[in-house]
Ligand binder design. Sequence first.
Ligand code: CA
Length: 239
Amino acid sequence: MSLILRSAAGTDVGMVRANNEDAVYAGRYLVAVADGVGGLPSGELASGIAIRALIGLDDAPPHGDPLDALGDAIDRANEEIHDAGRADEAHGGMGTTVTALLLTGDQLGLLHVGDSRCYLLRAGALSQLSRDDTFVQSLVDQGVLTVEEARQHPQRSLITQALFGRELRASCAIVASQPGDRFLLCSDGLSDVVEPEEIERELRSHPEPAECVAALVKLALRAGGPDNITVVVADLTEE
Ligand code: CA
């Protein structure tokens, strides 16, 4: 019996921004969210480069170490961002977060850079698998801020790692997963404005991934939608 991801994605520009700098992919073996930074039109370009570099991994049932495959794709994207910045000054300083899951056989790999997030819902309980690469998260780790203070902090969006076309330290991990696990990938347009308890409730109450995605996007919009909102829900399932 082979495993697949039953996944759905949604993205919305939100209520405030003029353009959507997030990019997303939801397939059978790969799901990914990228949140571009750098302003018009560079943020969109950077997140698009990252997602395009990853999409090929979903072409056929992938094999081998998922973290090698994800790492190679991200290195290529980072180089392309570097080259685009050199070719056109307007793109200097652009970058993107990436949070991606790749399933190869029964191994699920998570690669993460930036402040887009990966959560796991297992047995009805939500846990955050990714750790934000942000200034405020480093202060939380040092015991300077509480998680709640970090959520309200004016500099909460300041990321310390992303694909900026420079040297990069992505967080990689094999996720000890089992059929029935539900994964959520999202940009900060969701996690900044919707409380984890509300996210957990929605993930529990919509069996269909697409309905769950729509409900989560709606919650972020109802909370004011100050940023682009991108959501992937993926259920690990036996085919
Ligand atoms: Ca964002």
